[in-house]
Design a protein around this ligand. Sequence first.
Ligand code: HEC
Length: 199
Amino acid sequence: MAKYQENPMEGHEADGIKEFDNSLPRWWLYGFYFTIFFSVVYMVQYHITGSGQVMRDEYAQEVKEAEAKYKLAGAGGSSAAGARMLTVFKDAENIAAGKKLFTGANLCYTCHREDGGGLVGPNLTDDYWMHGASVDSLVASIEHGYPEKGMLPYGNNAKISDKEIMQIVSYVVSLHGTNPPNPKPLDPEREKKEEWKIQ
Ligand code: HEC
């Protein structure tokens, strides 16, 4: 109590509660000075020189980067393939890379055969599909797999890049219409004739 009584009273009193003229705690005061200093730096950086980006600018910048990255400017890009630029490769090198993944660690060949004719999994070379004949549906089949039927995501459950997925898709596309010998018989219940729209 002694400390408070040394300080003169301010003369404020409300309902019997009196206010003393104590000095502010150091830690509080330094915090207060820091906020003043900070606000000046902030104001100069964000509102005067503009070298810091306010939220609106940050958003615009990110949209710009995304548009450049996915080449979306103007285009709707609503399909999964469009938004991610999942284009089918036509060149021998990427198709060969796809074949290597298909016939290698991703294990596709163990169920669909190297030539895609089908074994445990369906024939991937004909016009009959269970899950659709489009780039999107091929990508979806690879990404999600059909675990209840034995096909793990990516074939072996180890995630691969969009580029690798598209290399595999490109290999599958290159197999279309190749009529390999002794294909897995059609499952007329589930495999439906699909118009081939993949370019
Ligand atoms: C363990 C066996 C197995 C492996 C490994 C496997 N698949 Fe499959 N795959 C299947 C089965 C079974 C189905 C049919 C799913 C169904 O009945 O709905 C299937 C379906 C598919 C389909 C859809 C076919 C259609 O008619 O719509 C595609 C595309 C496909 N697999 C591609 C691949 C690729 C590419 C790989 C390698 C990354 C792979 N699969 C690895 C067994 C396998």
